[in-house]
Design a protein around this ligand. Sequence first.
Ligand SMILES: *[C@@H]1O[C@H](CO)[C@@H](O)[C@H](O)[C@H]1NC(C)=O
Ligand SMILES: *[C@@H]1O[C@H](CO)[C@@H](O)[C@H](O)[C@H]1NC(C)=O
Length: 425
Amino acid sequence: MFILLAVAVGLLLPSGVKSIDTEWLLSNLGTKTPYDQRKWDADGDSDPPKACLSTPSHIEVLARHGARHTGKPSSMDDLATALTALGSPLPWLDDYKYSGGEVDANMLLPLGVSEHASLGSRVKDRMGVGFFEEYNPNLLRFNSTSIARAGQSATSFLQGAGVQSPFVVMVPVEEDWGMRFYDSCDAWDLQTNAAVDEVVNTYVATNEFQSALKQFNSLLKLPSGIKASFSQFTSSFEACAYDLILSDDDSKFCSLMSEEIVQVNQYITDLKKFYQYGPAFETSRNFTAHLFKDLVESIEMGEGGGFKGTLRFAHAETVIPILSAIGVFDADMLGEGGGLSPEKRDEERVFKSQKFFPFAANVVIEVYECDGDKRLKFLVNENEISSVRGCGGEVYCRFGDFKASVKDLLELADEFSLLEICKVV
Ligand SMILES: *[C@@H]1O[C@H](CO)[C@@H](O)[C@H](O)[C@H]1NC(C)=O
Ligand SMILES: *[C@@H]1O[C@H](CO)[C@@H](O)[C@H](O)[C@H]1NC(C)=O
């Protein structure tokens, strides 16, 4: 009886591969993880100091767009074809078809619309009665990058917040040093791409990666001696994410995942993001200069004039450098180094896409009036944080302290064009 059972299980899963739970998978899809308002701060919100009004008078938001279609629908189908050509006998690969068409490429999914609509509704509740309802585009500003999914996210948020006839400014790419500072900067691309290549190649050579690849090959039932490539390994993880968020289907690409394969893929994603947009390079911090200037000016416009804030809808590439610049991430938070199990690596590193920059990731700054002083409260994915650089561990950070901590960036935005740093010399 025991032997029979063991044989039956052995037929389903290669030895040593833990089966995977779809709920767990849904919260471990790297940058493609749906936003589910996950509360990692169990204590909830703390009250403002006595001198402050109990509801904020002003708001600043920076959000990533919500869940979206892949940018290359046909490459999903090509991946399935290539895996069959490699020798995988899995029948579903033969008729695999990505369920969105070319016209949907990069557009927001229904899931992305609801992520932002429900975020908008919760932010509205936090701001108190009238804040969004008494909307006037001269007093409350909505900016989006010129990319459609960011604009769609803005309008979904506004619907959720109950704003009547909203107006969204779409900032043209060539003027967008505030939100798309990473576009067309050749010197930065060269520096970060080289660093990414190096760390990823080093990681691919480790037992940790090779053992996950071996599991992947056996889940594909590849003939012995045949190995999937690095890009087939990582693209299958992405394809699994799209199968789940698009069609709730865990029977296709997700059947090629184990916990270990998922953890290794998330780490590879994080390695790339850390070196491209995270705290690894000073250039990435310098690039946030225009956004911080916009933010500080927007808060100062609130003084006396009744200006209520700016809400910005952009990309992971915008959110990551900001989180790094305010001190949520530091240069030692990737948890690099050999000899860890994928599970331990996942537990130990702070810089995690699934936690900090899933779809619809957001940084909300609430501004409180406190006896002639202003205090800023930072929320990351709706969790208040007390670790903002310059704020002395206080959740309700003095505006003056915060400004002092980004003084160099504010000067940088005034001093010279960032285009200078982007020249390849
Ligand atoms: C937002 O839009 C306003 C109005 O067009 C513009 O002045 C400002 O620079 C924009 N801010 C960002 C961060 O794009
Ligand atoms: C970043 O800006 C500072 C000035 O605030 C400058 O001294 C430094 O060289 C810049 N770093 C890079 C890599 O451009």
